[in-house]
Design a protein around this ligand. Structure first.
Ligand SMILES: NC(=O)c1ccc[n+]([C@@H]2O[C@H](COP(=O)([O-])OP(=O)(O)OC[C@H]3O[C@@H](n4cnc5c(N)ncnc54)[C@H](OP(=O)(O)O)[C@@H]3O)[C@@H](O)[C@H]2O)c1
Length: 332
């Protein structure tokens, strides 16, 4: 480690606010603790939760750095005590509790995975956050099976594009909602069987139409608010509805009868506060079930755009514009 620099460039929010509060600062280079690896970052994915952190409404969990960024790809630059899975120079991607927008980032070795040779480093940098989230919510909590129908809201978001890719790779039918005709076309291009422009069409009626009135078996929702009752209406008997965010608001007024009559399950989760050990279980499942698909090119992250680390503010402005389709990635 002695040949590594003692400081590094990293992006922080100097105060809660808009994209302009993001600044490139000089920070001490972190050193890996027990079980950790130091990644020389080449690509760092941008996620909506980073925007919430910048705005001051989603603080990093205890122990996580104030440097933004939840996912990285790059090369292993140093090993902590007891970190044995990787060797120096290995190409990895990792889910991290913070610190990704930087030249160097710590990851628990169990939350890192070998970067598939089929992916560019930029593609690899856009994998961890959405693949971990979609796997644990759609496949573990939602139990999506081959032949079932997934309804995914925000079909062109980072999460949405990953949900389309994974659900199709596992043989499910996919219905996606999106906010413009262009985004609807993108969902179909990315493999969705059916796509709904929610501004022009009623997604409940369209979902029922697309499923012969049966409804969707699993619904991945990031909208909340009045979508909760509408999701219940769009769900199939014994449907599973998974809440991962509430972009339209955290509160809802509900008629509980459909929940009981259809025997629905409505659950939700957050990824970031989970322990490294909990995230390691997801990483192992991804390696066993999804890495072969990535290696064979049967699914791929969708990259919208890239920005240099120093232009993280522009990347945030783009994600907040909602004009993007897929992942925005910072290059280091
Ligand atoms: N629970 C978890 O563990 C977890 C983990 C990762 C991400 N998330 C959440 O999942 C969501 C997607 O994350 P991401 O990084 O993929 O985000 P993203 O790419 O920015 O996608 C958000 C998309 O949601 C759609 N949208 C619908 N209603 C919206 C509203 N009221 N305001 C803004 N956008 C709205 C927009 O597309 P349209 O133009 O089609 O409306 C937008 O592109 C975020 O809310 C994020 O916080 C949760």
């Amino acid at each position: 480690m002695s040949d590594l620099p003692t400081t590094m460039k990293a992006v922080i929010a100097v105060a809660p606010g808009g994209p302009e509060v993001l600044e490139l600062a000089t920070r001490p280079r972190p050193s890996p603790r027990e079980g950790e690896i130091l990644v020389a970052v080449e690509a760092a994915g941008v996620n909506r939760p980073d925007v919430l952190q910048r705005q001051g409404v989603y603080p990093p969990p205890p122990g996580a750095p104030d440097v933004l960024g939840l996912e990285v790809a790059g090369k292993v630059a140093a090993l902590g005590v007891g970190a044995t899975r990787y060797r120096l120079g290995d190409r990895v991607l990792a889910l991290v509790p913070g610190g990704g927008y930087a030249e160097y980032c710590l990851a628990h070795e169990s939350n890192a995975l070998p970067a598939p040779a089929s992916l560019t480093t930029i593609e690899a940098g856009g994998v961890p956050e959405t693949f971990f989230t979609v796997w644990t919510n759609v496949f573990e909590s939602g139990g999506l099976k081959t032949g079932e129908t997934l309804l995914v809201h925000g079909g062109t978001s980072g999460i949405g594009t990953t949900a389309i890719a994974l659900a199709k790779a596992f043989g499910a039918k996919v219905i996606a909602t999106a906010g413009s005709p262009e985004k609807v076309a993108a969902c179909l291009r990315l493999g969705a069987d059916f796509a709904i422009d929610y501004r022009a069409q009623d997604f409940v009626a369209e979902t029922l139409r697309a499923t012969g009135e049966k409804g969707a078996d699993v619904i991945l929702d990031m909208v909340g608010g009045d979508y909760v009752a509408r999701n219940y209406a769009a769900a199939a008997r014994r449907g599973r509805i998974i809440q991962i965010a509430h972009l339209s608001g955290p509160k809802a007024t509900l008629d509980l009868r459909p929940l009981m009559i259809k025997r629905l399950v409505h659950t939700g989760s957050t990824l970031r506060p989970r322990s490294a050990a909990e995230k390691a279980i997801i990483a192992d499942a991804l390696f066993a079930r999804v890495w072969p698909l990535l290696s064979e090119g049967r699914c791929k992250p969708v990259i919208d755009s890239t920005f240099p680390l120093a232009e993280a503010g522009k990347a945030h402005a783009r994600i907040e514009s909602s004009a993007h389709i897929g992942k925005i990635v910072l290059t280091v």
